[in-house]
Design a protein around this ligand. Structure first.
Ligand code: SF4
Ligand code: SF4
Length: 343
């Protein structure tokens, strides 16, 4: 497979060239002191950690979007189709765990009936991943078989000794690298292996490296559902939904209508199985207590999702919920507590 490289100081030129041809999003450090995927503007630089506060799912499944408008005139209602072909865009510097989350979202949104809004963005989006040279102590992608040193995507990038190396992995990735070939030089893949080796050494020192999925999966439904641990685990949960919103694999949404005065706008927005009015129906709420809502979120990721998806878990070990839950509750604590109970 071909390998290309560019000197690190030429990266701004690569971004400029890329942004001339399509919209470019980079994980960059913001004034709020966190890293975020933002549209590229001149002078923007790549964040060092890649550990963005919100995930890259926002670019394919935005927090809110209009689905349709309804124009009401007397007794007539006209439906306005607001769908438009999305412009081409490129996400640069996506971590391996976040790239893997797209596969999980694809299984939900691209299954019949296909979500045409999501599909449109997936078709027009190109993903250039970047091997995670600085995994942090909240990272545990390895638990789910994800290799942070060897990310997937349309093209994979590796940083090593003053260069960025690129390996195309799909047709889209090849097209992208061809579009900026005047800035790249072809090279051998030796440094890519060196870059990976360095990351594996760092990974060995991560505190969660021994966490496994043993004891979880589709065949454990009843035993895990009935666990007595849910009571104490969920006791302090505020039901704030933060863990859901920052999670790259959570995909629940609500659909609502808003009367603008001239028309009705139908939009969807993220929702969370952790909040008390989620899936509220005329007959009441199917999960009236926080314990039930809390259990649902983790059972879905660790049991129901793998049961329906050839064993693939609904978590990629990105660590965001570990870093951002206001009461320090998270999926790692849940997994450890449920395992302890079994032992
Ligand atoms: S559950 Fe937590 S660690 Fe797992 S993908 Fe979601 S935010 Fe990341
Ligand atoms: S687990 Fe934490 S982040 Fe998630 S809803 Fe409960 S309090 Fe909020």
């Amino acid at each position: 497979m071909s390998t290309y490289r560019i000197r690190e100081e030429r990266l701004p030129a690569l971004f400029e060239e890329t942004a001339k041809k399509r919209k470019l999003y980079l994980p960059t450090d913001t004034a709020e002191g966190v890293a975020a995927f933002l549209p590229y503007r001149e002078g923007m630089t790549l964040t060092a950690s890649l550990n963005t506060s919100r995930s890259a799912k926002d670019l394919f499944f935005p927090q809110t979007e209009t689905l349709a408008d309804f124009k009401v005139s007397g007794r007539e209602i006209a439906v306005v189709d607001v769908r438009e072909e999305c412009e081409d865009f490129l996400l640069f510097g996506v971590r391996a765990c976040d790239v893997k989350s797209f596969e999980i979202l694809d299984r939900v949104f691209l299954a019949e009936p296909v979500d045409s809004f999501y599909k449109n963005r997936r078709e027009h989006g190109t993903v250039v991943s970047l091997a995670c040279a600085s995994p942090v102590e909240t990272c545990f992608c390895g638990t789910f078989g994800i290799d942070c040193a060897d990310p997937e995507g349309d093209a994979a990038a590796y940083r090593w000794e003053g260069y960025y190396y690129f390996v195309p992995l799909t047709e889209k990735g090849e097209e992208y690298l061809a579009s900026v070939e005047s800035l790249l030089e072809e090279t051998d893949d030796g440094p890519v292996w060196d870059a990976k080796g360095e990351i594996y050494r760092k990974k060995e020192r991560l505190p969660l490296k021994s966490l496994t999925t043993e004891g979880f999966g589709g065949e454990r439904t009843k035993e895990l559902f009935d666990s007595e641990k849910w009571e104490s685990l969920s006791e302090a949960c505020l039901g704030c939904g933060t863990c859901t919103y920052v999670c790259p694999t959570c995909q629940c949404f609500d659909i609502r209508d808003f009367d603008t005065g001239r028309q009705i706008r139908r939009y969807r927005c993220w929702d969370s199985c952790m909040v008390s009015d989620f899936t509220k129906m005329a007959g009441g709420n199917p999960r009236p207590t926080q314990k039930e809502r809390f259990r649902q979120r983790f059972m879905h990721k660790l049991v129901y999702f793998p049961a329906e998806n050839e064993g693939i878990f609904g978590c990629v070990g990105c660590g965001r919920c570990l870093a951002q839950c206001p009461i320090s509750m998270n999926i790692v604590k849940v997994m450890k507590a449920l395992k302890e109970e079994k032992e």
